[in-house]
Ligand binder design. Structure first.
Ligand SMILES: [Fe+2]
Length: 245
């Protein structure tokens, strides 16, 4: 039960949205095993009825078999369009470029510091993905500078949000596995996170940073491959409903 997936659902309204969009956010799978064809995870994704599925990095580990990551993507594309960014572990993997090709081959869209426009439930959405802030900001401004559409950043590292508060409406990320050890009410963001140090602020929640900008951080869904342990911090599948407002 301790490693049972917890489903978290957030909602946010925006006047840039005409009809509701449901986003599923999955981060840091590290090729964890949720059954044959990732059945136990896939059934929860289906139950949440997402319009779009975002994979926020470290779906694969930096070594070892990649089958469980492949299985997730293969099943997820049957539910909704899947967008993927690489995390630090994939970048460390000697097969990094092969991983990107595998994601594409399985029907996922790879965002490698790219900014694209996509249509979800009759809403045009500007979607950026990667971790090179300067490249994405200049692409956004060049191609979509005057766009009034909702702008969403998919970025593995929560700390990077500071680069995007002016240009984007929302950022989604993972990486920190919820701060590893959480103490309910006392240390809700966990005890430690890389780059944020002890008692970090942004390890897993939806944070309204400004009136306009929300940071959503998944606590990640790995149970065994990260080499770390979790306390009061179950693996998490996140849904975000963006509502017309
Ligand atoms: Fe990571």
């Amino acid at each position: 039960m301790y490693n049972k997936i917890e489903v978290t659902r957030y909602a946010k309204s925006s006047n840039r949205i005409k009809s509701k969009i449901t986003i599923a956010l999955i981060a840091d799978l590290h090729c964890s095993d949720y059954g044959r064809n990732q059945f136990n995870l896939v059934k929860l994704i289906k139950k949440g009825s997402p319009d779009i599925i975002l994979l926020a990095g470290d779906i694969f580990h930096h070594f070892g078999k990649r089958q469980k990551g492949h299985e997730l993507i293969k099943e997820a594309v049957k539910i909704a369009p899947v967008f993927y960014i690489a995390g630090n572990h994939e970048k460390k993997n000697p097969d990094y470029f092969e991983i990107l090709n595998e994601v594409k081959f399985l029907g996922g869209f790879v965002l490698d510091n790219e900014v694209v426009e996509t249509v979800v439930n009759d809403n045009a959405l500007i979607l950026a993905g990667g971790d090179k802030s300067a490249i994405m900001k200049s692409r956004l401004r060049e191609y979509f500078g005057n766009s009034g559409h909702f702008k969403l950043m998919l970025n593995h590292y929560p700390e990077n949000y500071r680069d995007f508060t002016d240009d984007f409406d929302m950022m989604m990320s993972g990486h920190l596995h919820g701060g590893q050890i959480r103490i309910p009410y006392i240390m809700p963001n966990g005890i430690y996170a890389q780059k944020q140090g002890l008692f970090p602020k942004y390890t897993g929640n939806a944070y309204d940073i400004t009136d306009k900008f929300t940071l959503v951080v998944s606590r990640g869904i790995s149970v065994r491959r990260s080499g770390r342990f979790r306390v009061f911090n179950r693996p998490e599948l996140v849904f975000m409903d963006i509502l017309p407002g």
